[in-house]
Design a protein. Structure first.
Length: 402
């Protein structure tokens, strides 16, 4: 089996996922196009050398539909020979795309590929693609379906994370994100988004609220209380978890991930192709894994996915120097740290989606790039990136610094 190396990683800034967000005027295919052009130009690539481009997109309908990866390849003026595919593993789609690109390289079926993702949440509403999971009563009832926020509150209740604890985590995420931007830690990966005239629209994550305090967050109402108590989803969740007497609703807009727009791309290849193209490998993808987990609580998949990836790599949790876990909700990260005994000083050291936002299909590739940049900055030999996933899944990838 060939080794798969990461040669470059690029992402857009995250724009607020609303009509007043800076990236609302930019179509999803244009966001994808701009990161693909950046990967090409930064590495001076002859694009005919790329075998495939794989992009995650969680709501692939309307202007995000029709295999957006292939259309972005053509729109970015890549060689016509470069194929493209779109995939959907919910929130882990961007990381799964990178893993699939790596799998092609490892198997010898590709020499160079790009994995990444895109989501314009201001233009294509989350959930607008429908699906039987939450819509078909026969399926939803059988699977004890409850919205993700109920699962996050269930984790907090079941494992003892109070409102003050989840809010404190959120304040720290904001502080870390601001520090990372102030110190230029994202500078090597950010691709400023430009309009048709070449003027920069956005060059910095705009969702952040760096002055947020515990007092500010304490004023926010629980976001999922109505769904739980009035719509009946608390009762559904407690049928699946009868040991829980009630669900404490602790998650708000301030300690959950933000709705944003963005795109990211990661260049992966074997060593021979890199040498031929004059590229320096930055990291080796040592192992990756995806798994299923219990779908009602939904958000505990990062733990078994991490264990699965570690087993494949012949490693233990103590062998990992740095971690990135998508901050879908504060309780997801708190439970991960509790489960593995990981200190907060080793995980999400530059903040996360609570501060900067979660562009669903792109986030996995974004946080992989954040991890790689920080590994290089610190000289950390190993890193692990993982995400919780809708319908009860998890995806994890282990990097080894070159």
């Amino acid at each position: 089996m060939n080794d798969a190396y990461i040669y470059d990683s690029a992402r857009t800034p995250r724009g607020r996922g609303r009509s007043n967000g800076s990236l609302h005027e930019v179509t999803p295919v244009e966001l994808a196009t701009q990161v693909l052009k950046a990967i090409r130009d930064r590495s001076n690539l002859e694009t005919a050398e790329i075998d495939d481009v794989i992009f995650g997109c969680v709501t692939p309908v309307g202007e995000q539909g029709s295999d957006i990866a292939r259309i972005a390849v053509l729109n970015a003026d890549y060689a016509e020979s470069v194929s493209g595919q779109q995939l959907n593993r919910f929130c882990a789609s961007g990381l799964e795309a990178v893993n699939n690109a790596a799998a092609q390289v490892m198997s010898g079926m590709a020499e160079m590929a790009i994995g990444g993702g895109v989501e314009s949440m201001s233009r294509v509403a989350m959930g607008s693609d429908g699906g039987a999971w939450g819509i078909d009563p026969a399926v939803a009832t059988r699977l004890y379906f409850a919205p993700q926020g109920i699962g996050a509150d269930l984790i907090a209740t079941k494992y003892g994370f109070s409102r003050e604890v989840v809010d404190s985590y959120a304040v720290e995420s904001q502080r870390r994100a601001q520090q990372a931007w102030d110190e230029g830690r994202f500078a090597g990966s950010i691709v400023p988004v430009k309009d048709r005239l070449g003027r920069t629209i956005l060059d910095r994550d705009e969702y952040m609220r760096p002055g947020t305090t515990l007092a500010d967050l304490a004023q926010l109402r629980p976001a999922f209380e109505a769904a739980g108590e009035q719509a009946g989803f608390d009762a559904v969740a407690m049928m699946r978890y009868p040991e829980v007497e009630w669900i404490e609703h602790v998650h708000t807009a301030g300690n959950s991930s933000g709705i944003v727009d963005g795109a990211a791309a990661v260049l992966v290849g074997n060593r021979q192709a890199g040498e031929r193209l004059g590229l320096r490998p930055r990291a080796r993808i040592r192992a990756f894994a995806s798994c299923g987990s219990e779908p009602t609580i939904m958000l505990t998949g990062p733990m078994p996915a991490t264990e699965k990836a570690l087993k494949r790599a012949g490693m233990t949790i103590s062998d990992i120097a740095l971690f990135e876990l998508n901050e879908a909700f504060a309780s997801v990260v708190l439970r991960y740290m509790q489960y593995f005994g990981v200190d907060h000083s080793r995980i999400n050291v530059n903040g996360g989606a609570i501060a900067m936002g979660h562009p669903l299909g792109a986030t996995g590739a974004m946080v992989l790039g954040t991890l790689l940049d920080e590994m290089e900055r610190r000289g950390a030999a190993t890193g692990l990136v993982t995400l919780c996933v809708g319908a009860g899944m998890g995806t994890a990838t282990i990097l080894e610094l070159v």
